[in-house]
Design a protein around this ligand. Structure first.
Ligand code: MN3
Length: 201
């Protein structure tokens, strides 16, 4: 193999059953062990004979974004990155409210924490089909956004702070078609606010 600097799938930051009952060990087994792994494996195959093979993941994403010739590499690279960021956005004892500077920034940007939650929930519900809901930092302002498929704020010059995977594979085993129940439970019980705060610039 010529791709000596393979992109690696980082270990989950907790045990596979750590997010139960909100996200089952079965869902994590498929989502981390099959879906996320497949993006990383596919990416390594796709870049093995290209100019991207020795680049860090973020560079691959930025260099292939919007390039029609490199859609496959972009999709797998961005999905590899988005999933690692998603796992870090969650914690077994998460949820509740942030504090300190992060809470202040949220209140300045959205009016109140409840208004922020409403906006993030709305973005997660209304992302048509597969995609992601995000809290991002754009200059000094925090914003909520949604992206389809593998699209990621990384390529938009803004700082991702938090993401929720709203692809069906993220919730179908546990919630079937009830995306609202999945999103509400993740926001209430799993958001790792310390991680989110650590992403502030
Ligand atoms: Mn996913």
């Amino acid at each position: 193999m010529s791709n000596k600097n393979q992109i690696l799938q980082p270990a989950l930051p907790y045990a596979e059953n750590a997010l139960e009952p909100v996200i089952s060990v079965k869902t994590i087994g498929f989502h981390y062990g099959k879906h996320h792994k497949a993006y990383v494996d596919n990416l390594n195959k796709l870049i093995s004979e290209t100019e991207f093979k020795d680049l860090p993941l973020e560079e691959i994403i930025k260099k292939t974004a919007g390039k029609k010739d490199h859609t496959g590499i972009f999709n797998n690279a961005a999905q590899a990155w988005n999933h690692t960021f998603f796992w870090k956005s969650l914690a077994s004892n998460g949820g509740g409210k942030p504090s300190g500077v992060l809470m202040k920034r949220i209140e300045e940007s959205f009016g109140s924490f409840d208004d922020f939650l409403k906006e993030l929930t709305e973005a997660a519900m209304t992302q048509f089909g597969s995609g992601w809901a995000w809290l991002v930092q754009d200059g000094n302002k925090l914003k909520v956004m949604k992206t389809p498929n593998a699209e990621t704020p990384l390529t938009m010059g803004i700082e991702p702070l938090l993401t929720i995977d709203v692809w069906e594979h993220a919730y179908y085993l546990d919630y079937q078609n009830k995306r609202p129940d999945y999103v509400a439970a993740v926001l209430d019980k799993l958001i790792n606010w310390e991680f989110v705060a650590s992403n502030l610039k």
